[in-house]
Design a protein around this ligand. Structure first.
Ligand SMILES: CC(C)(COP(=O)(O)OP(=O)(O)OC[C@H]1O[C@@H](n2cnc3c(N)ncnc32)[C@H](O)[C@@H]1OP(=O)(O)O)[C@@H](O)C(=O)NCCC(=O)NCCS
Length: 207
């Protein structure tokens, strides 16, 4: 598809009946992305605060979203069902507020990695926690995960707090490889891994 030919509702709302909803919480629903969603992702990644611990604030070029990121995201639905990366919308008004993922960990693919990226205007209201907790329940429930992990840079305290609030446990510190974060110094690549096993979840290691 030529760039610029992407069709999207600029307000970031989608008509629900045509969406493939994967999971719901009181305030959110997660749906599969479609090839029409490039501009939603572009807008999300255009906020330097959102990208602070991901690219040092750099936005993601629209072309990269169209040619690389969206095809990879859409590929998860056929390669690793029921896992994937999903668009998150607010129940109240259907506004797009960001995304969550639960998909094979990039460093240890036998484990499922949880992740989230939300628009700044919705931060601080417990929405990351609400969506992530529901994904944990689905992951250890109907989706039969043995172990769920989450990783973030050591200094990303909000992300770490979400991990702690949903009951993940600190596992280890590690360094993201320079190939994954080429612009970052070794100190800046210091990161933390949190995780939970199904037996710990079943024993009550959750909200
Ligand atoms: C990380 C992120 C998803 C959190 O979303 P959110 O909806 O604000 O999260 P919640 O409201 O559920 O919880 C955030 C918690 O972090 C705390 N927090 C926020 N900023 C903090 C900071 N600088 N230092 C310490 N704690 C902080 C909040 O107080 C809250 O904890 P509390 O409920 O105990 O008060 C959001 O900030 C985001 O999208 N960031 C940009 C993308 C990103 O970094 N993603 C993670 C990459 S691994």
């Amino acid at each position: 598809m030529p760039r610029g030919a992407v069709s999207v509702n600029v307000a970031g709302t989608m008509p629900r009946p045509s969406d493939k909803v994967v999971l719901e919480t009181p305030r959110l629903y997660l749906r599969e992305f479609t090839s029409d969603d490039a501009l939603l992702l572009f807008e999300l990644d255009s906020d330097p605060e959102v990208m602070r611990f991901i690219t040092k604030g750099q936005s993601t070029p629209l072309g990269q979203i169209q040619d690389e990121i969206l095809p990879r995201v859409l590929g998860y639905y056929t390669r690793f069902p029921p896992f994937g990366v999903w668009a998150a919308h607010r129940q109240a008004d259907d506004a797009f507020i960001g995304w969550y993922h639960l998909r094979p960990d990039k460093l240890e693919p036998d484990q499922m990695e949880l992740g989230y990226r939300l628009k700044r205007e919705v931060w601080g209201r417990g929405l990351a926690t609400e969506g992530a907790a529901e994904l944990l329940r689905a992951g250890f429930g109907a989706w039969h995960c043995d172990k769920i992990t989450a990783r973030t840079l050591r200094l990303n305290l909000a992300s770490r707090r979400v991990m702690e609030k949903i009951g993940l446990r600190f596992e280890t510190e590690f360094l993201y490889p320079a190939e994954m974060l080429p612009e970052w110094s070794e100190e800046e690549r210091r990161a933390v891994k949190y995780s939970l096993r199904k037996e710990q979840f079943d024993a009550g290691g959750r909200l």
